[in-house]
Structures are given as structure tokens and as C-alpha cells.
Design a protein around this ligand. Structure first.
Ligand code: 9MJ
Length: 673
């Protein structure tokens, strides 16, 4: 089928328009249209390409993801070697560098440098031929790298096609990195699933690019800043490094928004201090700044030593990582009883802050890293991230290093510690008997998005629990001014303020209250869904796990947690006591139940054995959703649900022409209601 000219023109226009919006969104961080507008354009193009596959081009924005996995990475020999940078650690190092530059250039005047943050990622070469991205390779040993084209194509900030006027051949160099927000989210998800976490964003970026399956890379939050070039054909380079960078941006490549030209050592140091001050608040990790002689004529004159240019230097920040010794490993108990191993370290200064503790997350992580007491380890502290042990220096392990064992009993309350087979997390079974769990529960209960009790922080909570003033959540509301006022750092006025905050917190919503209870896996969103679905607390407390599963986005695991929480009489007592203290909310009519659905008013007959639930449970569910269950099939029967080894009822249904559902279809029906 020939592609009609107007369709071909439309596809071309769509590609250009989508390319433009990609550039605004991913390169400039300044979108011109809403995401929905963008999605509509992409969908239209996908539709056209599906109808006319001849329209698909290598640079089409629809072609980023989906390539098949490769068996192994090919090798790429770089046309111009990829260099590394010499390091400066002090102002003296930098002054010495500047003197060498001026001596060689026989220049008395201050040198103009192009200054930019030094990203801690993975150096990549992008080869564009006539503006089309044809190959991407890692730095490798500088001469030969790995072909990662299939993965690099999935990065949205890398144009598949450069804007008009691109040279015949252009090798662009830059750093692929993982922004901190995405890095943290990715590790949090991995921890939840009991999977391996990445020690730092650099490893995460490298691991993500070295995937054989590009769909995995596509799911990772990677970005790239371009800062240099290699082979160039068909373009006469301008006078300055900064002019080239400006042109790369014009062609659609992403460059650092922090880069600028500075003059002489003095301004280099000012730049270093300014970027250093903002280091912790940048959305990505940097390990220093780079200065490059800005005039390309000077760069050519200066040339190279071995594998580093004489015209550039990396001025490093204090390291995020240091080595120290593990003195002990202790276990902290969280709100849900989870035991977190924490390493007690020989204090060490990391990036200007003394670190004496580092988290090991859970037993799986501890075992994977094989951290032993007495080990020499690399610790890392970056931005607001909790200090972590990156790895053990196994070569320096002393003969008497001791392995860490999970305690059988909770270090805080002595209750039995449970580690469910296949789960990374070990838990204290003490519940609210455990002072550590009680403290964390109180803090969670009082937190802003839960009961929002202003002023009730960890200093107060520790005392309340340690002095046994609060054994259960409801006790909070029964303390007198004089009892509050006796606590450390408290006086009459502050005591009255806390009591006022407690009073204010009594008027709440069901969703907040549910969230505040701290039921395992019930975050704000789930609490909101439960509240909306059931409308009333008593209905939730009476619901079976299967009914709870009817709530949108609630699966069997969460449903089981909710059910067992309210099945526990101690928790029911806590809820009753809180309500007796005056905590209240507006109850609603349940959203779902009797509203007309697929089950409402229908009559079901169940025959045979069901796998996912007992017949009684199925009956409860049908009734809860407004349906009826009968023992015999008649013309009035709406559905016959057929399990394993059905009786004669299945045949009767067929004779009467009554709809028959197997178990899967039945479960589907319940989900849709
Ligand atoms: C990084 N990592 O941010 C260079 N780099 O220049 C910057 N690396 C570099 N420049 C020449 N901004 C070799 C490496």
C-alpha cells in the first residue's frame, strides 16, 4: 500500500513537533504543552505508523524503546580517544595548573576558563552522522568502549536526530547519570521487593546502561549532560569551547545549566565555592568542578600528556566516601517491628560531617555485603542520604572479624524475632508491648499527615514511653497539664500547647485515622481508598479479607494485614479507647456496596470446590455486594459458579440456559462488581 502524500506530510510534521516538545521538556526543562497534549501527538504518530509501517524512521520518537535484547555488547573503537582528567584537590594544585598553562602559552594575562560541575556518572560518546544518532559507546579504556546504542536510545534527553545544520560527522561526549530523586525511588522499590540496591547513583547509572535488554534501561531514570566532542567532519569549530557547547544546545543536546566562563584562578575558586555551596541541593551528584581553557587555539597549543589534556583539570570536592572500621552492629526496631541492622563505626569525617553510624537496611543487605564486626569498610554519605556502607575491603579483613547474627529476641523488649522465609525483613513480634514500636507508632500517629498533633516530637515521645505514661495511643489524650509540664524541656505554657494540639486533632477524617493507626502497608493512598469504599470504620472492622480486596488497588497481602489488624482484640480496644476519648470524623454511606453493580440483585448458585476461597467466603462476598445465593438452579438463577468437581447443578444450568462462570470469570465479575 502506497502512503498517501498528505499522510506522509502529517507524519513528518508530527515527528518534528514531538521532537521539539522533547527538547523543551527533556533538554531545557521548560515544556510548552501539557503532558496530555504531548501524549495525543505521540499517539497520533503511533497510529499512522501502525497503519503505514513504511513511515517508521530510525529517528522517529516512537522508536526509543522496544528493541530486542542483545546477546552481548559489541566493541567500539573511538575515532579520537576519550581522555580522562587530571585532579586538583587544593587551591595550590589549581594555582600550579594555571601557572603551567600560562608558562606554556607564554601568557602573562589571566586565562579564560570554561567552568562546569563535574558529574559523577558514566562518560559516553554519541556518534551523529548527518544529524542522525547512529552509535553510542562507553569510554571503556579510552581507546575502545562498549556499544550501548540500544540502551542510550531510550534516554529522552538524547536527541535521535539533531536540529538542522548538524555536521556530517559529530562525536559528542558527555556524562550519563542518574538524578538523585530517581535513584532514591529506585532503591526504595528494590528494598521493598528484597532486591539488590545500588550503592550510589554512579553504579546505578553504569548498571542501567549495561543492560542487555533496553526495556530495563528505559525504565531507569537516566539523563545526560554533554560537555565535549571527539571526531568532527563538515564543521569548522568556532573560537571557544563555550561556543561549541552553545552550538550543541542549539542542535538539541542537553548541556549543564551551571556552566560559565570565568577568568583566572581567583574566579575559578569563586566558582568552586559557589557550586560547592549548592552541591547538596543540586538534583544530581557531582564530585567537583572542571575548568577548561576556553580558547580552542590554546587547547590545541597545549595538547595532551599521556591520557589527559593539559588544558583541563578537575577540582575535586571532599569525598563522599571514606574508609573506617565497623566496631559493632546493633539492631534498631521500627514502627512495624522491622529490625534494621546499624553499623557502629569508628568515627570518620565524610564530606565535612562526622559519621559514626551507617545503615545496613536489612539482613539480606548485610549478608550480601558480608559485613563483619572488625571489618574495614567504605562508608558513604551524600546529601541528605543516611550514611551507608558501600562495601567491605575484604583484603584487609582481620583474622578475628566476627559475623553478625540476627538476634532471636528483640533487643528492646525481648519478644521473639521472626524472619519469614523469603522476606528480607526480620521483625520483633512484640507489637505495642515493645517500647521501640510504641515510640515509632506514637510518632507516626502524631505526624502531620496522620493526626497532625503539633509539637509532639521524638523528645517528648521518648519520655512518654520511657516513663510509662503512654502505654497505648489513647493514653495520649488522658494526660493532665501537670504530667506534661513535668517532662524535660516542658513548662506550663508548652504543656497547654500540646494539650490544645491534641484537642484540635480529635476532629479528623476516617482516612487520616486509618493511616494514623499504622497498619502494615496501609499508606495514605490505601487509607484513603479504604475510607472511601467503606465509608464507616465499623464496616472495615467487620469486613472479611475478600471484601477488603474489593477496594480498588488493594491486593490480598494488604487485605490480610488490614483484616488481621482489626481481628486483634488489642487493636480493637485501642480504637474503642480513642473514640471514647472523643476522636471523631464524619462517617459516609459506603460508596460501593449496594450501588447497582454486576452482582447486585443477582442470584448465584455455587457448585464444586473453589480454589481462591471457601464456598462460605464466596457466599459472604456475594451478599456483601448485594447479591443472593441459592442452593438450587432454576430459571431465576442468574449465574452458576462452577468449581472443581462440580455436581449435577452444572448440567442443570446448561439445560436451562443459565450463564455458567468458572472461578476465574467469577472473580473477574466480583472485581468489576
Ligand atoms: C564531567 N564528568 O562532568 C569532563 N566532565 O572533559 C566534564 N568530564 C571531561 N568534563 C574531558 N564536565 C574529559 C572529561
Amino acid at each position: 500500500m502506497r502512503v498517501p502524500v498528505e499522510i506522509e506530510a502529517r507524519a513528518k510534521a508530527l515527528r518534528a513537533e514531538i521532537g521539539h516538545h522533547n527538547y523543551r521538556y527533556y533538554v531545557l526543562d521548560d515544556p510548552e504543552v501539557a503532558d496530555s497534549d504531548y501524549d495525543r501527538l505521540l499517539k497520533e504518530l503511533q497510529g499512522l505508523e501502525q497503519q503505514y509501517p513504511e513511515l517508521i524512521t530510525a529517528d522517529s520518537p516512537t522508536q526509543r524503546v522496544g528493541g530486542a535484547p542483545v546477546a552481548e555488547f559489541g566493541e567500539v573503537r573511538h575515532a579520537v580517544p576519550m581522555l580522562s582528567l587530571e585532579n586538583a584537590f587544593t587551591a595550590e594544585d589549581l594555582t600550579a595548573f594555571d601557572s603551567r598553562v600560562r608558562d606554556r602559552l607564554e601568557s602573562a594575562a589571566a586565562i579564560e576558563y570554561y567552568a562546569e560541575p563535574k558529574l559523577d556518572g558514566l562518560a559516553i560518546n554519541l556518534r551523529y552522522v548527518d544529524g542522525l544518532l547512529v552509535q553510542a559507546a562507553t569510554r571503556g579504556d579510552g581507546t575502545t568502549g562498549e556499544d550501548v546504542t540500544h540502551n542510550v536510545r531510550t534516554l529522552h534527553s538524547i536527541p535521535l536526530q539533531l536540529a538542522a545544520g548538524a555536521p556530517r560527522i559529530l562525536d559528542v561526549r558527555g556524562e550519563v547519570f542518574m538524578p538523585l530523586k530517581g535513584f532514591k525511588a529506585m532503591n526504595a522499590r528494590a528494598l521493598d521487593r528484597g532486591e539488590k540496591i545500588f550503592a550510589n547513583p554512579r553504579n546505578a547509572a553504569a548498571g542501567s546502561l549495561r543492560q542487555l535488554d533496553p526495556r530495563i534501561t528505559a525504565s531507569r531514570p537516566l539523563d545526560m549532560f554533554c560537555y565535549g566532542w571527539g571526531a568532527v567532519e563538515g564543521w569548522t569549530l568556532p573560537e571557544r569551547h563555550s561556543d561549541v557547547i552553545a552550538q550543541l544546545l542549539e542542535w538539541g543536546l542537553k548541556v549543564s545549566p551551571e556552566a560559565r566562563a570565568v577568568s583566572g584562578v581567583e574566579e575559578c575558586l569563586q566558582y568552586y565555592a559557589a557550586v560547592g555551596a549548592r552541591r547538596a541541593s543540586l538534583p544530581y551528584e557531582i564530585d567537583g568542578v572542571v575548568y577548561k581553557v576556553n580558547r580552542l587555539g590554546y587547547q590545541r597549543e597545549l595538547g595532551f600528556v599521556s591520557r589527559a589534556p593539559r588544558w583541563a583539570i578537575a577540582h575535586k570536592f571532599p569525598a563522599h566516601e571514606e574508609t573506617t572500621i565497623v566496631r559493632d552492629v546493633e539492631f534498631q526496631v521500627g514502627r512495624t517491628g522491622a529490625l534494621t541492622p546499624v553499623a557502629r563505626l569508628e568515627p570518620v569525617t565524610v564530606g565535612g560531617v562526622t559519621v559514626s553510624n551507617a545503615t545496613l537496611h536489612n539482613m539480606d543487605e548485610l549478608e550480601r555485603k558480608d559485613v563483619r564486626i572488625g571489618d574495614r569498610v567504605i562508608v558513604r554519605r551524600a546529601g541528605d542520604v543516611i550514611p551507608e556502607i558501600v562495601k567491605v575491603i575484604v583484603e584487609r579483613r582481620p583474622g578475628d572479624a566476627r559475623a553478625v547474627r540476627l538476634p532471636n529476641h528483640c533487643p528492646v523488649c525481648g519478644s521473639v524475632v521472626e524472619r519469614v522465609e523469603g522476606e528480607a525483613v526480620a521483625r520483633c513480634t512484640g507489637g505495642l508491648v515493645c517500647a521501640a514500636q510504641r515510640k515509632e507508632s506514637l510518632l507516626h500517629f502524631a505526624s502531620r499527615r496522620a493526626m497532625d498533633i503539633e509539637g509532639l516530637g521524638s523528645k517528648l515521645v521518648d519520655q512518654l514511653v520511657d516513663l510509662d505514661l503512654v502505654k497505648s495511643l489513647a493514653d495520649l489524650y488522658g494526660l493532665e497539664v501537670s504530667q506534661w509540664a513535668k517532662l524535660e524541656r516542658m513548662a506550663d505554657k508548652s504543656a497547654r500547647n500540646v494539650i490544645q494540639a491534641l484537642e484540635r486533632s480529635k476532629a479528623t477524617t476516617l482516612a487520616r485515622f486509618l493511616f494514623a493507626l499504622g497498619i502494615r502497608d496501609v499508606g495514605e493512598a490505601t487509607a484513603g481508598s479504604l475510607a472511601q469504599y467503606f465509608g464507616q470504620l465499623d464496616r472495615i472492622m467487620a469486613a472479611s479479607p475478600l471484601e477488603i480486596q474489593q477496594v480498588p488497588d488493594v491486593g490480598p497481602v494488604v487485605a490480610a494485614h488490614v483484616h488481621s489488624f482489626f481481628a486483634d482484640s488489642r487493636n480493637r480496644d485501642v480504637v474503642a479507647a480513642l473514640r471514647a476519648r472523643g476522636i471523631h470524623w464524619a462517617e459516609q454511606e459506603p460508596k460501593a456496596a449496594p450501588a447497582a453493580g454486576l452482582v447486585t440483585g443477582k442470584t448465584f448458585v455455587i457448585t464444586g470446590t473453589l480454589v481462591a476461597m471457601s464456598r462460605d467466603e464466596a457466599r459472604d462476598l456475594i451478599v456483601a455486594l448485594g447479591g443472593k445465593v441459592s442452593g438450587s438452579v432454576s430459571k431465576k438463577t442468574s449465574f452458576v459458579v462452577v468449581g472443581v468437581d462440580p455436581g449435577s447443578k452444572a448440567q442443570k444450568a446448561a439445560e436451562l440456559g443459565v450463564a455458567v462462570l468458572d472461578e476465574a470469570a467469577f472473580l473477574d465479575l466480583l472485581k468489576q462488581r
